[in-house]
Design a protein around this ligand. Structure first.
Ligand code: G3P
Length: 228
């Protein structure tokens, strides 16, 4: 499963892109509304940093408006993926935009039927929101499992993107169900780093190494020799 970062904060992308784990990013109007600065600058910077698909969302309620906004957003950066909210109008805009070569992330998908329609309209990514399903007492794992089944078993080209990831357990669920991508907030990516046994183990290695001071000298010499 590939990892995208779900954010409008360039500083978060700068930090986590340096880990070498990201292959794309997703923004949305709510995430961008929290940030200072012009949305276009933010989207360009994020797309540069992740060097992969970067979703920027249309907001028009009409087919024509979505298509025009999608075309305009694509001029920002070669990695811009047009994010289109699910609706009848969104499906028509997705078909038009993908027919002219755009990547489209169809968002706000909450059922296998919606996912099937999104994929049939040519969506590159179909985003199912796990946290928001759980918020209304719908089992997100079950819905996602059905979406993966519907899209993968029918040889549709769309990738299943798990979104609204609220905690590390959502990540494990999305990966084990066979989702193609998860888009993850920086907070959850930080939570995924931590395990008390890792911290404890690293401290013990350091302590044992330092108990033999000559080892530090040996390793320093080896590094220097290798650098020439
Ligand atoms: O990208 C949209 C999605 O990930 C939103 O998450 O936590 O606002 O439901 P959330």
């Amino acid at each position: 499963m590939e990892l995208f970062i779900d954010t409008g904060a360039v500083s978060e992308v700068e930090e986590i892109a340096a880990w070498g784990v990201l292959s794309g990013a997703t923004t949305n109007p709510s995430l961008l509304a929290k940030e200072d600065g012009e949305p276009g600058d933010i989207i360009r910077k994020i797309a540069d940093l992740v060097d992969g698909p970067t979703s920027a969302e249309v907001v028009s309620p009409t087919v024509e408006g979505m298509i025009e906004e999608g075309r305009a957003l694509r001029t920002l950066h070669e990695h811009v993926t047009v994010k289109v909210p699910f609706s009848a109008e969104g499906l028509a805009a997705t078909r038009a935009l993908t027919d002219e070569g755009a990547m489209v992330n169809m968002t706000l998908v909450f059922s296998p039927n919606q996912a099937l329609l999104a994929a049939s309209a040519g969506a590159t990514f179909v985003s199912c929101f796990m946290g928001r399903l759980d918020d209304v007492s719908v089992d997100s794992a079950k819905v996602l499992e059905e979406i993966v089944d519907v899209l993968h078993s029918r040889d549709l080209d769309s990738k299943v993107l798990a979104a609204s990831i609220r905690h590390p357990e959502h990540m494990v669920t999305a990966a084990s169900l066979g989702c193609d991508i998860a888009t993850v907030p920086a907070k959850v990516l930080h939570q995924m780093l931590n395990h008390p046994l890792t911290t404890e183990g690293a401290a013990k290695f350091e302590e044992d190494w330092k108990s033999r001071p000559e080892f530090a000298e040996w390793l320093g010499g080896l590094v220097a020799k290798n650098k020439g």
